[in-house]
Design a protein around this ligand. Structure first.
Ligand code: XIL
Length: 383
């Protein structure tokens, strides 16, 4: 039977009007209404089994406006820094789990899951560790034992509380061709096999957590797809060797001065086709701004470009059934890592410096609203 094109058009217009009304309402109430309001990102995403997440700096939760958005809009949280080695073991043998514990409590109270971030990375290591290695008081054999202990102790401390662990972070080079970076702190001392061991150790400590490899530019953002190709070849090999790796996280740090990564959906899909889960783990979209305080884009077109990049990134995830979470790296521009890291840039979040939702927020709402009518439903643990 042929469908009536006029009726279809009328339905489409009605759907768009509904979406516009929904978005206007969300913007009017600041987008931070109570947990699970029907037009929140988390509620809309739940219709297709997707978790929408954010990085959180736990002490920011002292601000009620911030806490309300964190709880109301997101169904998975990641500590921005509080599970990194530098923070959890500032002095050798003395652990400080307070920041991570606080976020886990918050997540429990608000029906959220937690992404643990991150166990093995070259950045944000404690000074006692890097200095000990540099001055020779920590040998390579001891370093290996220290890493084993770190992974075991941290994963055990949070056992049962973590949905996805970013076990290893940022090990591949940005060159073409790409590969595991031989000059990386861990690789240069312990060899490439340490990556497989890290996953095995994490799995022993919490067999139920989903274990992820996490990196940036591994969904075609480099333009050549070289880094994605290298991670793909490596993870395929890991799986063939029976290494307990469950997922690939693409960080998703984009910048409007570069083209949108058009390969993203295909790249996520080919990881999924290996039987892996995939996730966007740290999405943000930066652009050049007037100053780091008010963070107004210098190019008037950048605001819509920013929204469009977010929208395309979410759509790539929605199109891939195994994409189980879409997390942003903080939601408010005032808390973003961007102005402090990329000179002259900012405006990277979904909310502005005053925690008002931006066009990118309503674009994500609309995508999720539409996804409920057609995107594949995610399945499996936590979805
Ligand atoms: C960043 C934090 O947001 C900053 O507060 C910190 O100073 C540096 O690290 N990729 C990652 C994250 O995997 O851990 C980084 O987080 C951002 C880039």
């Amino acid at each position: 039977m042929r469908r009536n094109p006029r009726r279809l058009a009328a339905t489409a217009i009605a759907a768009l009007a509904l979406i516009a009304a929904v978005s206007a309402r969300a913007i009017a109430d600041g987008g931070g209404s109570s947990q699970g309001s029907s037009d929140s990102l988390r509620s809309l995403a739940a219709q297709v089994g997707l978790r929408v997440g954010t990085a959180v700096i736990p002490y920011d939760l002292d601000h009620p406006d911030y806490a309300q958005i964190a709880a109301g809009q997101f169904s998975v949280v990641t500590p921005g820094n509080e599970m990194k080695w530098q923070v959890v073991e500032p002095t050798r043998g003395t652990y400080d789990w307070s920041g991570g514990d606080r976020l886990v409590q918050f997540a429990r109270a608000h029906g959220q899951l937690v992404r643990g971030h991150t166990l093995v990375w070259h950045n944000q290591l404690p000074d006692w560790l890097t200095q000990g290695v540099a001055n020779g008081t920590i040998s390579n054999a001891q370093l290996r034992n220290l890493l084993h202990k770190h992974i075991t102790d941290e994963v055990t401390h949070f056992r049962g509380e973590i949905w996805q662990w970013d076990v290893a972070n940022e090990f591949f080079t940005d060159s073409n061709p790409s590969g595991i970076n031989p000059t990386d702190f861990w690789i240069s001392h312990l060899g490439t096999g340490i990556l497989a061991d890290a996953f095995r150790w994490a799995h022993e400590a919490d067999p139920h957590a989903l274990l992820f490899y996490n990196d940036y530019n591994i969904a075609g953002e480099d333009g050549t797809n070289a880094k994605s190709d290298a991670v793909y070849a490596w993870v395929k090999q890991m799986l063939a060797q029976g290494v307990p790796i469950n997922g690939i996280g693409d960080q998703g740090h984009l910048d409007t001065q570069y083209g949108f990564p058009t390969q993203m959906q295909q790249d996520l899909q080919r990881f999924a086709d290996l039987g892996l889960k995939v996730a966007i783990t740290e999405a943000d979209v930066r652009t050049f701004v007037n100053d780091p305080t008010s963070q107004q884009p210098t190019d008037p077109l950048a605001a819509s470009a920013q929204a469009h990049y977010y929208d395309d990134m979410l759509k790539a995830c929605l199109a891939v059934r195994s994409c189980i979470s879409f997390s942003v790296w903080g939601f408010g521009d005032a808390d973003s890592w961007v102005p402090g890291t990329f000179a002259g840039e900012g405006y990277a979040g979904l909310y502005d410096v005053n925690l008002q939702p931006k066009p990118a927020y309503s674009d994500l709402q609309q995508d999720l609203e539409l996804a409920a009518h057609g995107a594949p439903h995610r399945s499996g643990s936590g979805a």
